[in-house]
Write a protein that binds this ligand. Structure first.
Ligand SMILES: [Fe+2]
Length: 263
């Protein structure tokens, strides 16, 4: 991979756990938070479109979403990378890896606690291109995070493709991008609501204020998924969100000394 340009850096009104979870574990928000992209014709109208594929839960809060399509194939094979590069993918990957790459639309996930990545297909002027966006969430305060955002692309891609993909990145997940602004708006509202009456008044748990029960106890892992981890056959599920927050709680409480507790 090749990094192009300097990392963009900015400060957002957000909590790092919300930003990490947003990328790692929440394709479900796409249809509502990014509704404007559907209305503009950038995203598909099918309300389930970001839910097709697998959510893969790794250990220690790591994981990703492998988003395909209703048919299980991608309209743009190999995420719209130039056809001239396809033999290279086929040569370098195992058959099962090649199969997943060839039919995936978006890879989006995170390495716990504060590294996120997204490999989507976006564009400007009607042309769609793939790129890889890495970002680090640097917590500055409970309600403030500094974002470090890198653009990466396959070194072997033609120069013209790289330039067009960079424009697609700036228009979507760069600091001024449409999707970035949608997400930032929601993170800020979460911070504000977190200081409100409901949060002060309620015990924080999975089934009242923070509802992390989607898919819980009735969506089973898919044993046919070729990759590592525990793969669920949909990305509209809270399995990875629960894993992230469980890891956070585990780290936060592991050295806790509770007076009077038996050893
Ligand atoms: Fe988003």
């Amino acid at each position: 991979m090749e990094v192009i340009g300097l990392p963009q850096r900015w400060v957002a009104k957000a909590n790092w756990k919300a930003t990490q979870e947003n990328f790692s574990a929440d394709p479900y928000h796409v249809q509502t938070t990014h509704r404007s992209t559907v209305e503009m014709g950038i995203s598909p109208e099918d309300p389930l479109y970001a839910g097709y594929g697998h959510q893969v839960v790794m250990q220690n809060g790591h994981g990703l979403n492998v988003i395909t399509s209703k048919t299980g194939r991608s309209r743009a094979p190999y995420q719209g990378m130039p056809e001239s590069m396809w033999p290279m993918f086929q040569r370098n990957l195992k058959p099962e890896q090649d199969d997943i790459l060839s039919r995936t639309t978006v890879f989006v996930g995170g390495v716990y606690p504060n590294l996120s990545f997204v490999s989507p297909i976006h564009g400007t002027e009607g042309h769609l291109h793939n790129y890889l966006n890495f970002r680090v969430w640097r917590p500055l305060a409970p309600d403030k995070v500094e974002v470090w955002c890198w653009f990466m692309i396959d070194k072997a891609a033609p120069e013209e493709y790289k330039k067009a993909a960079y424009k697609g990145y700036l228009g979507s997940f760069g600091v001024s991008g449409t999707l970035e602004q949608d997400d930032t708006e929601t993170w800020a509202r979460i911070v504000e609501v977190s200081g409100g009456l409901m949060m002060r008044d309620k015990q924080l748990n999975y089934n009242n204020v923070s509802n992390y029960l989607m898919g819980f106890s009735h969506v089973e892992p898919d044993p046919t998924f070729a990759g590592p981890g525990t793969a669920y056959p949909t990305t509209y599920i809270d399995a990875l969100s629960r894993s992230i927050h469980e890891r956070w709680l585990e780290l936060l409480t592991k050295d806790l000394i509770i007076e009077g507790a038996s050893k």
